[in-house]
Ligand binder design. Structure first.
Ligand SMILES: CC(C)(COP(=O)(O)OP(=O)(O)OC[C@H]1O[C@@H](n2cnc3c(N)ncnc32)[C@H](O)[C@@H]1OP(=O)(O)O)[C@@H](O)C(=O)NCCC(=O)NCCS
Length: 163
C-alpha cells in the first residue's frame, strides 16, 4: 500500500485489489470503457456478474506474480493496473501490463505512479523479469508514458483491434 499526494492536492492510495472492490470496479470499467477507444472494451464494461467479479478479484488479490492494483481517490477507483501472463515455465518470466486512469484524473502523474508501483512489486517478487504491453499507435499519451519509463517499441501489429 502506498499513499501519494497528487499535484491537485488529492491523495492517491495504491493498493492490491480486493474482493470488496467488485461493485466499484464494475462501475469503473463501464466509465473508463466509454472514455477511450484504447482499451479492449467499450461502455458496456466487462461481461461479469457481481459474484463473478468478486471471485475474479479475490483470485487476483492472492496472485503476487500477476497482480492487480487499484488507485483510489476518496475511496473511488480512479485507476487500475495489472500484469497478466502464463505460468507455463518457458514464458513464466513474461507479463503484460494493462493500465487505465479515469479521464478526469489524467495528467496528474497517476499513470506514472501506478506503473512505478507495479514495476517495483514485480522486481521484488522476482518471477517476472520482462514486462510488455500493447498500445495503439495513435495513443500518444500512453506511448510517451511508456517510453519515458524505458519501454521500447518492438514491432507493429497491424489490424490488431476492431473498434
Ligand atoms: C495513458 C494513461 C494511463 C496516462 O495516465 P496519466 O495519469 O494521465 O499519466 P501521467 O499523468 O502519469 O503522465 C505520465 C506521462 O505520460 C506522458 N503524457 C501524459 N499525457 C501526455 C500528453 N497529453 N502528451 C504527451 N505526453 C503525455 C508524459 O510523459 C507524462 O509524464 P510527465 O507528466 O512527467 O510529463 C491515461 O491517459 C489513460 O488511462 N488513457 C486511457 C486508457 C489507455 O489508453 N490505457 C493504456 C492502454 S495501452
Amino acid at each position: 500500500m502506498k499513499e501519494i499526494k497528487l499535484k491537485s492536492g488529492h491523495t492517491l492510495i495504491i493498493r492490491s485489489v480486493q474482493k470488496d472492490d467488485a461493485s466499484n470496479m464494475l462501475h469503473y470499467l463501464k466509465v473508463i470503457g466509454g472514455e477511450s477507444d484504447n482499451l479492449l472494451f467499450g461502455p458496456e464494461g466487462v461481461p461479469m456478474t457481481l459474484e463473478q467479479e468478486e471471485k475474479f478479484l479475490e483470485s487476483s488479490s492472492n496472485n503476487a506474480t500477476f497482480p492487480m492494483f487499484v488507485g483510489l481517490v476518496d475511496q473511488n477507483i480512479v485507476s487500475v493496473i495489472n500484469a497478466s501472463g502464463s505460468t507455463r515455465e518457458r514464458v513464466a518470466h513474461l507479463a503484460e501490463i494493462g493500465i487505465s486512469v479515469l479521464k478526469a484524473y489524467w495528467h496528474q502523474g497517476i499513470g506514472r505512479h501506478m506503473m512505478t508501483y507495479l514495476i517495483d512489486h514485480v522486481k521484488k517478487i522476482g518471477t517476472v523479469n520482462t514486462l510488455h504491453l500493447r498500445v495503439r499507435t495513435d495513443n500518444i499519451n500512453a506511448i510517451s508514458l511508456y517510453q519515458s519509463m524505458g519501454f521500447e517499441i518492438i514491432g507493429t501489429f497491424h489490424h490488431h483491434t476492431r473498434i
